[in-house]
Design a protein. Structure first.
Length: 499
């Protein structure tokens, strides 16, 4: 196994040896925790458009929103102030639609089947690994499910965080309605599921306003001005001008004040070259979100086509990935969230190492202690969140932009021998070495491009220890490749600096 980043050479060898040994001896793999990051459901355009009444008609009725909110409670700071992010929307714009709400209820129902143990006759199953040359069988305990008849999916095994946007809060409330069909029967004697929105707008998205670091916009501008990006922008300038002109009559009051996105806020110079007497085109991200909303409802202007929508959305996807896949920007934007995810998995391991119930799965004596660290963590966020995490984690790029209701699933998996007692393992570090991590988007496994086997094939499962080391790697951005290049930006110890 080889890391594509400079890690100590012994770690890849040990990881490959351990994975090969694990599979060759048909060890048991047991799912111990799932971290699920989802995009909100279908929404109205963030940019105000002229037909405000039409967009208002697509929103859920107030009694529907009250219904999905039953059994949940928001946790906010005492000095909470209204959301001022440019992507929050105003009035009926940027809001979850009824279609989006139903999408999220459906997703909750899907996850209930995907994570829960729905068949009492389910037993350990053999699953073929999708990774050459390790084409051997291994066993997933509990049919690969997180929950079991003895340890069912219950609200006290779940924790929820959300960005403080109405559409993400309502999306996760709808998801929880599908996940727990009886949640709306919540009464005063049962505890609600808490949705934590404290300070989440500052780190659950790659483009908070303001950024986590004042240097991030400088870095965004630097990366967006690279020659190959500017070349692509110039090639598409006529497309941008034409579509912006066609959409201009559809824009409502305040549309030109909407500004959000990596490298695009306030037309910071990364957009198209401005020619004399030429109206300023819409930013790519803004143009894409308007077209997507119009196209999905079959109300595109007659002069625009689905090919135009595809061309714009494809360019926006390319642009976001091209910028965010740079490790310094990825970590500047998403490291705090990724570190939060790591800490959650590590806390789960620490609890398991102390808890016979979780280690052996056959004793309920310490149930109260063991569920303090949740089995399922849900994060309600945005497409930019999924893109940012996939870039930071260096996962395979999906073939399609994450649609409404898409979800990135991070699975913490424990490797076991037959009849092994985890508590008999000597040290905490040795116990931690038995944990692996696997990623998927909408049920499709995403391999880790930074961690490859001997045939240079990305691995579908990586050690937690190796993932942690990759996430904390330091990086420098140099002015050139020649010897003696001066460092411009540096990422170290969770901080971005500029020299």
């Amino acid at each position: 196994m080889r890391f594509h980043r400079p890690l100590p050479s012994v770690l890849p060898l040990l990881s490959l040896f351990s994975l090969t040994t694990c599979l060759a001896s048909t060890k048991i793999l047991r799912l111990r925790q799932v971290l699920l990051i989802h995009r909100h459901g279908d929404r109205t355009p963030i940019t105000p458009l002229v037909d405000e009444d039409y967009w208002r008609s697509t929103l859920p009725e107030p009694h529907v929103l009250r219904g999905i909110a039953k059994g949940t409670a928001l946790i906010r700071e005492a000095d909470h102030s209204p959301n001022e992010h440019g992507a929050a929307g105003r009035g009926p714009f940027g809001q979850l639609t009824m279609v989006g709400l139903l999408q999220m209820v459906s997703l909750g129902e899907r996850l209930r089947e995907e994570l829960g143990h729905m068949n009492d006759n389910d037993d350990e199953t053999q699953i073929r690994i999708d990774q050459a040359p390790l084409q051997q069988h291994y066993r997933f305990a509990n049919n690969g499910k997180l929950f079991s008849p003895d340890k069912p999916l219950t609200p006290n095994r779940v924790k929820v965080m959300s960005t403080d946007f109405p559409r993400t809060i309502q999306s996760v409330q709808a998801l929880l309605t599908g996940l727990f069909p009886d949640l709306s029967m919540h009464n005063d004697n049962s505890l609600p599921i808490k949705i934590d929105v404290r300070n989440t707008n500052s780190f659950l998205i790659p483009d908070p306003q303001p950024r986590q670091s004042p240097l991030q916009p400088v870095l965004e501008t630097h990366l967006s001005n690279r020659p190959h990006l500017q070349k692509r922008e110039e090639e598409l300038r006529q497309l941008s001008r034409r579509i912006s002109q066609e959409l201009r009559s559809h824009l409502g009051d305040g549309a030109h004040g909407v500004s959000f996105g990596i490298g695009e806020e306030k037309q910071d110079g990364t957009a198209h070259v401005q020619h004399e007497n030429e109206p300023k085109p819409l930013a790519w991200t803004q143009m894409s979100e308007i077209l997507t909303c119009l196209h999905s409802r079959s109300i595109l202007p007659p002069t625009l086509s689905s090919q135009d929508v595809h061309a714009v959305s494809s360019h926006v996807a390319w642009r976001w990935f091209e910028n965010l896949r740079h490790p310094i920007l990825a970590k500047t934007a998403m490291w705090k969230f990724a570190n939060n995810l790591l800490e959650s998995m590590e806390r789960k391991i620490q609890v398991e190492c102390k808890c016979c119930d979780c280690a052996n799965d056959d004793d309920d004596a310490q149930e109260g202690e063991c569920i303090d660290e949740p089995w399922l963590r849900i994060y309600s966020a945005h497409d930019s969140t999924l893109i940012g995490l996939m870039c930071l984690l260096q996962l395979e790029r999906p073939t399609e932009w994450p649609e409404y209701g898409s979800y990135l699933k991070i699975e913490l998996i424990r490797e076991e021998d037959e009849g092994e007692d985890l508590l008999a393992v000597a040290s905490t570090e040795q116990r931690k070495a038995k944990y692996w991590v696997r990623f998927s988007l909408n049920g499709q496994i995403l391999k880790s491009t930074w961690c490859c086997d001997e045939n240079n094939e990305p691995l579908s499962m990586v050690r937690l220890n190796d993932l942690e080391e990759m996430i904390h790697l330091e990086h420098e951005l140099l002015t050139g490749e020649e010897e003696g290049s001066r460092s411009m930006f540096c990422w170290k110890n969770g901080l971005l600096t500029k020299h």
